[in-house]
Design a binder for this molecule. Sequence first.
Ligand SMILES: Cc1ncc(COP(=O)(O)O)c(C=O)c1O
Length: 448
Amino acid sequence: MSLAESRDFAASVPNDLAAYWLPFTPNRAFKKAPRLIARAKDMHYYTPDGRAVLDGTAGLWCTNAGHNRQPIVEAIQRQAAELDYAPAFQFAHPKSFELASRVAALAPENLDHVFFCNSGSEAVDTALKIALAYHNVRGQGSRTRLIGRERGYHGVGFGGISVGGIVANRRYFGGMLTGVDHLPHTYNREQQAFSRGEPEWGAHLADELERIVALHDASTIAAVIVEPMAGSTGVLPAPKGYLQRLRQICDKYGILLIFDEVITGFGRLGYAFAAERYGVKPDMITFAKGITSGSVPMGGVIVRDEIHDAFMTGPEHAIELFHGYTYSAHPLACAAGLATLDLYREEGLFERARKLEPLWADAAMSLKGLPNVVDIRTVGLVAGIDLASRPDGVGRRATEVMDRAFREENVMVRITGDTLALSPPLIISESQIGEVFEKVARAIKAVG
Ligand SMILES: Cc1ncc(COP(=O)(O)O)c(C=O)c1O
């Protein structure tokens, strides 16, 4: 190692791990054996000692264009030198309008208005608030109920955990929002095991919304929010026809339908948004992650014209929606977003994901039959691999596989409970798809 290299190495290894409280991480176990990442390029992460790790997860489902892409890096650098910050309230900078137009152009027809925030959690809370306020401004203030789904993940704000359906994210945090109900989740291993794409079984579960309407009355229900593919809970693609049925029932009762596309947006399922893949038009779409390919935090909500227009009625000097964030449409995020959307378009990355989907699914399904693999699900460039839990605790086997994959096989995988989740950058090559699953297979076999 040269002197300069050893200085870089020393600077990239922290000497005290105590102060940082890691999110969604077993902190004590992590600090005994940290997994550190010092830099990244394209499909790879690099550890502080220079080991290349193939990124099987696009970070946290976000670096869809790959890591440290030059056009995005340069756009952020230029923007930082030109305009660091402009107030988000009462003022605006040009790139915020440009990015909103570009995002709206990717969304289904009539979803033409974009509200920016900084994360998926904020996007969800923003969408829920817009839904409630919309019913209020048009004189239907009794519509206050929000309907989520079991096993849903909508971030960690109080709105998001209220409509979310992952028990560990809810049980310590008190009463949360009142007036929330949940649809059943859509997973049934007996009926769906080893499905490629949308499972055949399960569309009828959307009819549970009829039961919820019968229980509470439509006049009390504001909105339904679902992920078109439930990601964080362990990759549950929507059953065939399910989203269409939800849309029909929402229309029947004047209930807004929100698609949480924080993961499924920006090419993950082979289209700009999953709404396009399924031919179902929601009333709002939440997004984050892929908008900047993970490079600068950003989230947002795309809103149907009729909802937006309902707010644009009172006196023109008055604020129409009392909501927003200091960093809504932050200049660095807008610059990164514009450069990212350019890359998606120039490199045809959404189409690329669509084209690679069958190969990806074949490679994932090749793990069927390995020890302890009890189900595999795929859709777009996503795969979920369920492992049988060890008798001494849910999540232990998957944690060992993830750790071994990182340290010994040089591939990054994500885990939820005993599910391994894979969702690589959309620039992944055909041979790297093979490499991801070969490495994961070796890790599964080694852990036993
Ligand atoms: C569907 C969905 N909604 C919301 C969120 C929350 O996003 P963030 O972590 O940026 O707040 C996530 C994060 O994974 C998500 O998958």
